[in-house]
Design a protein around this ligand. Structure first.
Ligand code: FDM
Ligand code: MG
Length: 200
């Protein structure tokens, strides 16, 4: 019996309203057209035990929670899915994931009194992505997208810091590709597919 080739773990990162989920879903479709088994996943998964607490924290701006505590909840939300992630990858399914550890690190580390190195620690041991696509987009553009401003982190000051820290991380890692979303969605799609097929 032939061995099943492990699926790839592909992550999309970027500021709020940068179009990550649209791109993820389009990439899943495109891969399926190439007969590559693919599945969409996103974090935070608001349906789980920790996900419900996270959802409340994000939507209810009055909710008081220590920054370390919410950081650990976001990480726990990924650890809750670790068995599922590993077993899908081992079954040869490529996972296209909307946000992962880097969202966890970046959105926490830009806060006052939060240490970047501390923020990275609870992520250690989670499956490592094969490829990270960072969607780059202007602040002006995200701020006029429908729904911007409805959740806790959706304000200019935070989003600018997040965008800067993402770029900083992208320079430290060699499996990141920065994609400028000013290009058409089809263009971005072609670019991501090209990169994926090179990997396979
Ligand atoms: N976010 C997301 C974090 O702060 N940490 C995390 O680990 C993750 C996965 O939650 F502002 C932030 C990023 C965003 C918010 O994410 C909700 P979505 O993608 O808009 O649902
Ligand atoms: Mg959002």
């Amino acid at each position: 019996m032939g061995q099943i080739k492990r699926g790839a773990l592909i992550v999309f990162e970027g500021v709020d309203k940068s179009g990550k989920s649209t791109h993820c879903k389009k990439l899943v479709e495109a891969l399926e057209n190439f007969k590559i088994k693919a599945k969409f996943m996103s974090f935070p998964d608001r349906s789980t035990l920790t996900g419900k607490l996270i959802d409340n924290y994000l939507r209810n701006k009055e909710c008081q929670l220590d920054d370390h505590a919410i950081h650990l909840l976001f990480t726990a939300n990924r650890w809750e899915k670790v068995d599922q992630i590993k077993s899908l990858l081992n079954d040869g399914v490529t996972l296209i994931v909307d946000r992962y550890s880097y969202s966890g690190i970046v959105y926490s580390a830009v806060k006052k009194n939060m240490d970047l190195n501390w923020c990275k620690q609870p992520e250690i041991g989670l499956p490592k992505p094969d490829m990270v696509f960072l969607l780059s987009i202007s602040q002006e553009e995200i701020m006029v997208r429908p729904g911007f401003g409805s959740e806790r982190y959706e304000h200019r000051e935070m989003q600018e810091k997040v965008a800067d820290m993402y770029l900083q991380l992208s320079r430290e890692c060699d499996n990141w590709e920065v994609i400028n979303t000013a290009r058409s969605i089809e263009d971005v799609q072609d670019r991501t597919c090209e990169e994926m097929c090179r990997e396979n």
